[in-house]
Design a protein around this ligand. Structure first.
Ligand code: NAD
Ligand code: LMR
Length: 329
């Protein structure tokens, strides 16, 4: 058997960083063959076709086939995993509402096409921004597919948070665990260190030995650094994160398929957990068990954490309402 994986926006930057790693087995392992479907818009077809030629030239043992198309029904036909990367970027003078409208025009039809032609076990990871609301739109447009199969990528934010803590504590990144992201993949997100550990010891305790005022450090240094890292990368590189985003997409999807031994973060459809309105796609601490994301429940939230989560969730509600006003949901 082989897994069929559809990558939208495959001719773009993240697509180029994803394809070769997937074909090399980084996502599903060395025992799983893959069939790649590269879905683009007409302007992106040449770039995707070029990537397909290079995939051929790699002679990957695990790669069974590569198809390039600009037709969504063909692109999602029988796919088991859909990585929705292609999105409309914010252009000069474009308001948030314009961006939401443009992306609703992409993710609505793609959700419908997934419902129409994907395999019955399809799992969808939305990367294209605004990722949470795009996932919500796709899920709402995919009649007959359980909403839990639609997720938004917040693993990159978690990886950024773990890396910043590792640097601050002068510890290897592998020693840092349980740093969930709550809310939206945006500057309002809440990277939460309350339950984080470094080599099994509470991060808050370790931080107290290194910084004078832990709360001030979290508010003024750590959280803004993580939440605005996307903007920092854009400023320094001149374009948005690519390899780190592709890496996080691979880790998210690998963990969804193969399971986790601890918490991680993913944007998943809320069933009202932690007071997040049902139906919103919000990031939560999650585990992957038997091929499903499970929200880690029962965590105590301080008033400060609660306020931070509520602020990010309010942004998700506003995005959902803006999309509803367009008549999309
Ligand atoms: P890019 O502009 O290099 O590539 C986007 C590609 O999508 C283009 O080739 C374009 O032709 C294609 N595309 C546009 N509309 C499409 C459609 N309807 N169907 C299929 N393909 C379509 O951009 P990139 O650097 O690859 O980034 C892609 C998206 O990922 C952006 O929205 C970016 O903001 C987002 N992103 C998300 C995260 C995250 O953590 N969630 C991180 C980094 C980037
Ligand atoms: C990122 O987090 O790097 C991307 O979502 C790009 C952005 O606009 O922040």
């Amino acid at each position: 058997m082989a897994t069929t994986i559809t990558i939208t926006g495959a001719g773009g930057q993240i697509g180029y960083a994803l394809l070769f790693r997937i074909a090399a087995g980084d996502m599903l392992g060395q025992d799983e063959k893959v069939r790649l479907r590269l879905l683009e818009i007409p302007q992106g077809l040449k770039a995707a076709e070029g990537a397909a030629l290079e995939l051929q030239d790699c002679a990957f043992d695990l790669l069974e086939s590569v198809e390039v198309t600009d037709d969504a029904a063909t692109g999602f036909d029988s796919c088991n995993l859909a990585l929705l990367v292609g999105a409309r970027p914010r252009g000069p003078g474009m308001e948030r509402a314009d961006l939401l409208a443009a992306n609703a025009g992409i993710f609505g039809p793609q959700g419908a096409a997934i419902a129409g032609s994907a395999a019955s076990d399809v799992r969808v990871t939305v990367v294209g921004n605004p990722a949470n609301t795009n996932a919500l739109i796709a899920a709402a447009s995919a009649d007959g597919i359980p909403p839990e199969r639609f997720t938004a990528l917040t693993r990159l934010d978690e990886n950024r948070a773990r890396a910043q803590l590792a640097a601050a504590l002068d510890a290897p990144v592998s020693a840092i665990r349980r740093v969930p992201i709550w809310g939206n993949h945006s500057a309002t997100q809440f990277p939460d260190v309350t339950h984080a550990t470094v080599d099994g010891r509470p991060v808050l305790e370790a931080l107290a030995e290194r910084v004078d005022d832990v709360e001030a450090w979290l508010e003024q240094t750590f959280i803004p650094r993580v939440a605005k890292r996307g903007a920092e990368i854009i400023e320094v590189r001149g374009s948005s994160s690519v390899a780190s985003a592709a890496n996080a997409t691979i880790e998210h999807t690998r963990d969804w398929v193969h399971g986790t031994d601890d918490w991680t973060s993913a944007g998943v459809v809320s069933n009202g957990e932690y007071g997040v309105p049902a139906g919103l796609v919000s990031s939560f601490p999650v585990r992957s068990v038997d091929g499903r994301w499970q929200i880690v429940e029962g965590l105590e939230l301080s008033a400060w954490a609660r306020g931070r989560i509520d602020a990010s969730v309010a942004e998700l509600v506003a995005e959902r309402d803006a999309v509803r006003a367009l008549g999309v949901l």
